[in-house]
Design a protein around this ligand. Structure first.
Ligand SMILES: O=C(O)c1ccc(O)c(O)c1
Ligand SMILES: [Mg+2]
Length: 597
């Protein structure tokens, strides 16, 4: 698999971008005309730099508004094209992307389009240049790849082919299966982009919201399989217009981009029984082994967990680390850090083959994380995720012998004995969010569940749930408001009787997140609730949700300690959500609590 990336995906100047692409391991680049125009370096210098960096210039782009125009306009278009061909000769680029006319086309006639593209191809042929014709989703008369292919066939020039771009095809809902009807050697170029399913005008969607493969909702493995079955042998190239990636660190984004292609090639090969590009077998998590919270002083967390009914699992015999458990929910408190406010720093997952999980993660470019272990202690292998959170894997059935490394534990209050980690809700800075989604899909083998916007006091919070099919591991991921100093994260523990657990916690002196009276008035209006249940919810600051099939969710929150808080939840009757309807209340109350703190 040869890989390439359009320079438009990245932030910075052209030279910086090229260095980053090379460092990330790309084989080639698509040079955007605007990036070259804005560079001090001459085309010859860029050519030499690419050669030195081991990058081929796979495409020069875009050339706009060529075909479907009157003769005088076309004559001027040819003049423009000749000037760009001359630049390409200096760059040493042999393929130019020509977008279907979205601006100046006045003639809706395939014969005219084919004649004009043919004339362009003949001019290009004199310089050994190839034309890759791409149907833009918003093209004036040509907005479908099948139409572009018909015109290319009509023109019938050896140096004229199509460029396929997953965004233009999948955004319009065009069936990609017909790609297999195109001659493989007439697919001159392939551009890949994912995107979230949005209901908006396609041009804005394309220019601002494209994502790297594995981060959005497009069925890209199917798409790529059609292209490869057609016989395409050129590079897999990323063309992702995205406002975030054009602002984030160029080296990091290039690495992130490269990982998305490794993942896509692996998943496509696996889905089709191909052996090329295969990484190791994905390891789907069978459960959460533990959650790790680190901070310089975690005594407030100890107190909260104790009042919640957790059992003290003891102190680690060789480190400043403590363990708390509620049934199968295990929380590790790590005080081996300096000057840090408490935050969720690690997740332990149980898989069938922990070594395979680590190897696959490393193959996907995740840096291995090591923790200091002493003789007789269980070695934990893991990797750092892009934002620094460490993921550890252990073999299932749970090899929980590490628990015996903790000494001096004592039982809990009992209300939480049925506990298990229901979900870990992880907030990310805007710079980290998309990369975190890709990490969860590629390295953690979690699948994306539809995203939602949750209204909060600082604007809408984008929430994207990543989970295993069976729901044993659930990670709702939130894009924190840009002003949040540390994105909040919380651990939700599920138990059989959250009302009893809330009562016990209240009796033990736990402060709950206060919920306003207005919320309960609204609940009564929304759901025809049993008055006793409503009174109980109100008394205990519990939140409530009900789904369409009668499943119910009852939950409450502890106050926030540094960057972390806890939630206790109970699911009844197969409720599968996260109480999204009450999230605005929670966010508003947390803001109020932090303002008065
Ligand atoms: O948004 C555009 O104009 C544009 C340009 C070139 C492309 O390859 C593309 O997919 C979109
Ligand atoms: Mg494109």
């Amino acid at each position: 698999m040869r890989t390439s990336i359009a320079t438009v995906c990245l932030s910075g100047g052209l030279v910086e971008k090229l260095h980053a692409c090379s460092d990330a391991g790309f084989d080639g680049v698509e040079i955007m005309d605007a990036d070259l125009i804005g560079a001090m370096e001459s085309p010859e210098e860029i050519r030499a730099l690419c050669a030195r960096l081991g990058l081929s210039i796979d495409l020069f782009q875009p050339f706009r508004d060529l075909e479907g125009v009157a003769d005088d306009v076309f004559a001027d278009n040819l003049r423009r094209a000749e000037a760009k061909f001359a630049v390409m000769e200096r760059l040493g680029a042999d393929t130019i992307l020509v977008c279907s006319n979205a601006g100046t086309a006045t003639i809706d006639d395939d014969d005219v389009a084919a004649a004009q593209l043919g004339a362009l191809a003949d001019a290009a042929a004199k310089r050994g240049i190839r034309i890759a014709y791409e149907a833009l989703a918003w093209g004036r008369f040509v907005d479908d790849y099948r139409h572009a292919w018909r015109i290319v066939q009509l023109a019938d020039r050896p140096n004229l082919g199509v460029c396929l771009d997953s965004f233009h095809i999948l955004s319009r809902g065009h069936d990609p299966a017909a790609i297999e009807e195109i001659d493989g050697d007439k697919i001159f170029f392939l551009q890949l982009a994912d995107a979230p399913a949005l209901d908006m005008d396609v041009l804005s969607w394309s220019r601002h919201h494209r994502l790297f493969p594995g981060e959005g909702d497009f069925a890209l493995t199917d798409f790529l399989a059609h292209v490869l079955r057609a016989g395409y042998t050129g590079p897999l190239s990323l063309e992702v217009f995205n406002d975030t990636f054009r602002q984030t660190d160029v080296v990091r984004t290039a690495g992130h981009a490269r990982r998305s292609l490794t993942w896509l090639a692996d998943r496509t090969a696996a889905a089709n029984g191909w052996t090329d590009d295969l990484l190791g077998e994905p390891q789907v998590a069978r459960g959460i082994d533990f959650i790790e919270i680190a901070g310089a002083d975690l005594t407030a967390v100890d107190e909260t967990l104790e009042r919640l009914g957790f059992a003290f699992g003891g102190r680690h015999r060789s480190k400043r680390v403590r363990l708390w458990t509620a049934g199968e929910a295990r929380i590790i408190l790590d005080e081996q850090v300096r000057d840090e406010t408490p935050r969720l720093t690690g997740i332990g997952l149980m898989v069938d083959d922990a070594d395979a999980a680590v190897d696959r993660a490393v193959a996907l470019g995740a840096p291995a994380a090591f923790r200091r272990t002493y003789a007789g202690e269980q070695e934990l292998r893991g990797v750092a995720s892009p934002d620094g959170t460490v993921v550890y894997w252990s073999d299932r059935p749970a090899d929980t012998s590490w628990i015996t490394e903790f000494e001096g534990g004592s039982p809990g209050s009992g209300a939480c004995e049925s506990g298990v980690v229901d979900h870990a809700n992880v907030g990310y800075r805007w710079q980290d969010f998309d990369e975190a989604v890709l990490f969860a899909s590629s390295v953690l083998s979690l699948t994306t569940q539809s995203s939602a916007d949750v209204p909060g006091p600082q604007g809408l919070v984008l929430s994207q749930v990543m989970r295993t099919e069976d729901g044993v591991v659930r990670l709702p991921m939130n894009l924190a408001p840009p002003t949040a100093p540390v994105p909040d994260r919380h651990v939700a523990v599920r138990c059989d009787d959250v009302v009893a657990a809330a009562r016990a916690a209240r009796a033990a002196g736990l402060d709950f997140l206060r919920i306003p009276e207005n919320y309960y008035d609204d609940l009564a209006a929304q759901f025809d609730l049993d008055p006793d249940l409503l009174a109980e919810l109100r008394e205990l600051d519990l939140l409530y949700d009900r789904d369409g099939s009668g499943g119910e969710f009852i939950h409450f929150y502890t106050p926030t300690i540094g960057g972390v808080f806890f939630e206790l939840v109970e699911r009844r009757g197969g409720y599968d959500g996260y109480g999204a309807a009450s999230a605005p209340v929670r966010l508003a109350m947390q803001r109020r609590a932090s303002a008065s703190a």
